[in-house]
Design a protein around this ligand. Sequence first.
Ligand code: NAD
Length: 411
Amino acid sequence: MNALAATNRNFKLASRILGLDAKLEKSLLIPFREIKVECTIPKDDGTLVSYVGFRVQHDNSRGPMKGGVRYHPEVDPDEVNALAQLMTWKTAVANIPYGGAKGGIGCDPSDLSPSELERLTRVFTQRIHDLIGIHTDVPAPDMGTNAQTMAWILDEYSKFHGHSPAVVTGKPIDLGGSLGRDAATGRGVLFATEALLKEYGKSISGQRFVIQGFGNVGSWASQLISDMGGKIVAVSDITGAIRNKDGIDIPSLLRHAQETRGVKGFSGADAIDPSSIFAEDCDVLIPAALGGAINRDNAVDIKAKFIVEAANHPTDPEADEILKKKGVVILPDIYANSGGVTVSYFEWVQNIQGFMWDENRVNSELKTYMTRGLKDVKEMCQTHNCDLRMGAFTLGLNRVARATLLRGWEA
Ligand SMILES: NC(=O)c1ccc[n+]([C@@H]2O[C@H](COP(=O)([O-])OP(=O)(O)OC[C@H]3O[C@@H](n4cnc5c(N)ncnc54)[C@H](O)[C@@H]3O)[C@@H](O)[C@H]2O)c1
């Protein structure tokens, strides 16, 4: 089942639990607007190359649409569509005044030089600048993009609309980025995991963690969990997988990964088969790489008692069923990785106010939002006698449905 089919399935299940009217259900599901643009740039050697860029704006009933821009060879319209929809439910679960969007360019950023990436980002921005904006749609970084990408979008957008720092979030601090934004998704994963473990009388300290993905989210989550006394026993990324049952020294691994661009070859751990990463013995498994990583083939081997979905849509529905039967508790993506969009919201608020918060304020507000988020999700689980995924989906859908009805959707 692809990402869109899986997201639609969860949406339908939640809609049934809430007893939503069929017409309202259809209106909530169909994206507000889908944009597909051609981006042609000269490569450094002068040859022309074309890429396809997408932006799916899913829903704006609760506020401006919000979502990442992803540069990846496998970006396809269906996946962008699913991710845009997930952002709508995610911003509603986090209770921040946004809707959902997602975009991307089908390209391999590692094949492009910095100047080629800059040209591609500027051309993409030229194609969509009329359709994004501070009160319309606010892009942010995602896989394969970063603060520099946002700085180029801000600069290109500002040529058309005047200086507009709030048009993107995840910017460099010098251009109005928020302190704490870089670590926010990983820190949110820490706060979410902490809140979940507390429900079971446990804490981060003493638990064993396996983490797939050592990019922005995976590396920050690893660092913060290890700072809190959690033991990271295995890590994988695109270059390979490593294991150390006594706990990996994360600061050393971070240095190694920065120097060699991956976890492969780290001397403080043993190399293992990356395809068996989910079968590693641990208490908490954190998928922080690609969607669909946990499927029916590898779900049976999972030994973790808890899965915290740091990536978007890492567990496919068949795997979900298998894990449910095994009694594994899954903290769903639309809640667990909402720390990034929550601090993006803080960044947007600071830009609009023209006032910068210190990092302690950002982190402590984030903790408040993440802790309250799990409480709200659990309340829906109790009301509707459902698991955490359905608790989060019903919470998000209910908030968006209420906003849609209040605004009057029958034009
Ligand atoms: N960055 C954010 O703020 C944010 C917010 C919410 C959700 N997410 C989601 O979290 C996930 C990771 O995002 P990121 O920003 O860390 O991306 P990133 O590009 O910084 O890192 C991705 C990591 O995944 C690894 N990876 C890629 N393919 C892999 C494979 N086949 N096997 C193992 N590892 C693989 C890469 O090597 C890298 O370590 C994505 O699903 C993204 O949508 C990110």
